[in-house]
Design a protein around this ligand. Structure first.
Ligand code: NI
Ligand code: MN
Length: 227
C-alpha cells in the first residue's frame, strides 16, 4: 500500500500510513505558508526534530487535543512533560524504535536545539523512517555532513532536504547532499517561509535532475505525494 505524504510547508509533513497519521515538526501558527491550522490538523504521533520554535511549533496544543504520542529526543521529552504532556516517547541519535506503524531512527543533524523559553534541547536530529518497506529520510535542519553517505547506504526511497540557506544547507550543499545520499526521489523544504531563506526550488530541481539520478518533486503547501 502506498504511503501518502502531505507537505504543510517549512519542515512540517503528515505521513498517512493507512493506520496512523505521523505529523512532523508542526509549525502552523505564525507560519505564513501553513495550509492547515493547529486546531484541525490530525495526528496520532508527532515527531519533533529539535527545540527551535519553527519545529516545536504547535506540538503542545495538538498533542493535548489529539492525545498523540510525541517522539523526540530525551531532553525535549523532559521539556514536553513539563508542559503537561504525558504521552512522550524519548529516543536519541542512532537509536531506532518499532512502533505499530513502523520504525523510526534518529539521525545526526548539525544545528542548534534551544527550546523557545531558552531551555536546553539536547542535540538536534533528523528522522529515518522505515514504513511498509519504504525508507524516508527527513534531514530536518542541518548543514551538509559527510555521513549522509552512510544514511544513503540504506537505500533511500525519499529524501526530504532543506535548501533555504542561512539557517541550514543552501541549494549548493543540498545538491551535494543528494550526491552523497543517492535517493530515488527528493523533496526540497525549509525555504521561502521567511525573507532570509528565499530560494527558487524549480531551479534547484533542474540542477539536481541534471547532475544526479534522483527525481525531484517540488511541492506546494498542502500538496500530497504517494510513495
Ligand atoms: Ni532550527
Ligand atoms: Mn528551522
Amino acid at each position: 500500500m502506498a504511503l501518502k505524504i502531505t507537505w504543510y510547508s517549512h519542515a512540517c509533513f503528515l505521513i498517512d500510513t493507512g493506520d496512523s497519521n505521523l505529523l512532523i515538526d508542526p509549525f502552523l501558527t505564525d507560519n505564513p505558508l501553513a495550509p492547515v491550522q493547529s486546531d484541525s490538523v490530525e495526528a496520532d504521533y508527532i515527531l519533533v526534530s529539535h527545540g527551535h520554535g519553527d519545529h516545536v511549533g504547535d506540538t503542545v496544543p495538538i498533542a493535548k487535543r489529539t492525545g498523540a504520542t510525541v517522539i523526540t529526543n530525551f531532553e525535549i521529552q523532559n521539556w514536553f512533560v513539563g508542559q503537561g504532556l504525558e504521552n512522550v516517547h524519548p529516543q536519541h541519535i542512532g537509536g531506532g524504535f518499532d512502533y505499530p506503524w513502523g520504525r523510526v531512527k534518529l539521525t545526526i543533524a548539525h544545528h542548534g536545539s534551544a527550546l523557545p523559553d531558552g531551555s536546553y534541547g539536547g542535540n538536534p536530529c533528523g528522522f529515518l523512517f522505515y514504513i511498509q518497506g519504504k525508507k524516508i529520510y527527513h534531514a530536518c535542519d542541518t548543514g551538509l555532513f559527510g555521513d549522509m553517505k552512510l544514511i544513503g547506504e540504506e537505500g533511500i526511497d525519499l529524501a526530504i532536504l532543506p535548501i533555504g540557506d542561512n539557517f541550514t544547507m543552501g541549494p549548493d550543499d543540498a545538491l551535494r547532499a543528494v550526491k552523497l545520499i543517492e535517493p530515488a526521489r527528493v523533496v526540497p523544504i525549509h525555504y521561502n517561509t521567511f525573507d532570509v531563506i528565499q530560494q527558487d526550488p524549480d531551479a534547484w530541481a533542474r540542477r539536481v535532475e541534471k547532475e544526479t539520478a534522483a527525481r525531484v518533486t517540488v511541492m506546494q503547501p498542502g500538496d500530497s505525494i504517494e510513495i
